[in-house]
Design a protein around this ligand. Sequence first.
Ligand SMILES: Nc1ncnc2c1ncn2[C@@H]1O[C@H](COP(=O)(O)OP(=O)(O)OP(=O)(O)O)[C@@H](O)[C@H]1O
Ligand SMILES: [Mg+2]
Length: 339
Amino acid sequence: MSSFDIGIDLGTANTIITIGGKGIVINEPSVVAYDKKKHRVLAVGSDAYKMIGRTPEYIVAVKPLRDGVISDHETTEAMVAAFIKKVSGSMMLKPRIILCVPSSITDVENRAVIEAALSAGARKVYIIKEPIAALIGAGVDISKAAGTMVVDIGGGTTDIAVTSFNGIVQDISLKIAGNTFDEAIIKYISYKYKVLIGEKTAEQAKMQISNVYDPDENKKMVVKGRNLIKGLPEAIEISEKDTYEALKDLVEEISLGIKNVLERTPPELVGDILNSGIIMTGGGALLKGFDKYIHDAIGAPCRVADNPLECVARGVEAAFGLSEELLDGFEKISLYRYK
Ligand SMILES: Nc1ncnc2c1ncn2[C@@H]1O[C@H](COP(=O)(O)OP(=O)(O)OP(=O)(O)O)[C@@H](O)[C@H]1O
Ligand SMILES: [Mg+2]
């Protein structure tokens, strides 16, 4: 990978950009602030994140990839272009770009993102599938003719895939992931305590007091919200048991998704997975007890990759190196040349 190679993990929640030789140069929320009147980007990433919910009508500060679907082409393209500009500002040569996009986006949306990269100055654009990048980034050798299983739980989607010999054998993408977990916590707390909490509060509760395997009723946290009956602000104490109740059905659905993929996987590869285990990546893999839950439910060993939030980005970065080795293997490792 040379310094003119840019890797982009365009995630629903976070965008991580790598540059050859420098590693990760940007790791910021996938948010853009856009002036609709003047058709220009005002801020991107962390700066735009601070503006959410605080802008006048003609400025939008949005997460354009929320829930793994592109809600707005124009803002998504603008965000991608702004991120690329931010990292390639002083580069004289046009970069090669590998993009990892949410698996659930449509071909048209995919094309919009590719166009954005090209118009931002890319010489060539490649696309890599998220499960493949996640496994490479987790340090797994996917080139062998042996089955490996990855469960990447991001902000918008959970991608479950079985790979062998550099390719995807079976996969599924569920629209259940970090954002849905946050929403479920909001819903449960408003139902049980009649207090409406915000998205950021729910996310904090998920990170601090969630255990989907072995919840501890004594592990508590104070959250602030609005009492739905009185309409006034209120602070309440919630416990790990509450977040468990909120999340248990969603965790079970993900485990059913894993079963579904395994049922469609050839038996030889299932045997490999029983030996080598399931690898979990993405921010959702940090949910406490998730690996133990999957281990029990599926009966195969399960481990969370080191630094799960960065696996896809690291995999995208490494894919440039693999492209030399696998010259016409671009297809095989799910990369393709666009131009
Ligand atoms: N410690 C933690 N415990 C539970 N969830 C966490 C933790 N840290 C981060 N997350 C969640 O991980 C999600 C973001 O993960 P990630 O960056 O892998 O998603 P993404 O790549 O942007 O999304 P996608 O792959 O779906 O497009 C967020 O929903 C965030 O709340
Ligand atoms: Mg991701």
